[in-house]
Design a binder for this molecule. Sequence first.
Ligand code: HEC
Length: 123
Amino acid sequence: MNRKTTFIFFTLCLFIALISGCTSKSIEAFKQPLNTFSITGSVHEMNLYPDPPPAFPEHEGKAEFMSYCAICHSLKYITMQPDFPAKTWDAEVTKMITKFHAPIDSVNAKKIVEYLVSVKGKK
Ligand code: HEC
């Protein structure tokens, strides 16, 4: 074998060793949780990141807003928005009902829009 062939041969060996090493490692990693964690007989606690719901000011309609608008997503969806004029909040609540099927009747929808306008309306 000349030097070039030897070099190619060893490179190939190294490559094969690397590949087989990776494969067996990933199989081990896959097996590990099954062997090391027992799920019988004890409750495991999860440490969630602190993520308190945003505080909303007291005002007429708050109860309706808090209960209906958090059914599908975080109330942060509302705090993330800029202050909107009444027309935009009305359209937003209507969109939640017509497009995403939020189960909100027209009386509560009106209360919610009024609440949003008073606490996050464009002045
Ligand atoms: C039936 C489920 C549902 C309910 C109830 C609901 N939403 Fe949503 N909302 C959605 C979905 C779905 C999206 C879009 C999520 C996304 O794009 O990630 C959304 C998005 C939003 C957004 C982000 C802007 C946008 O238009 O995408 C705002 C603001 C919002 N909702 C406000 C509200 C308010 C206010 C209420 C209460 C009246 C409400 N939502 C109730 C389903 C709902």
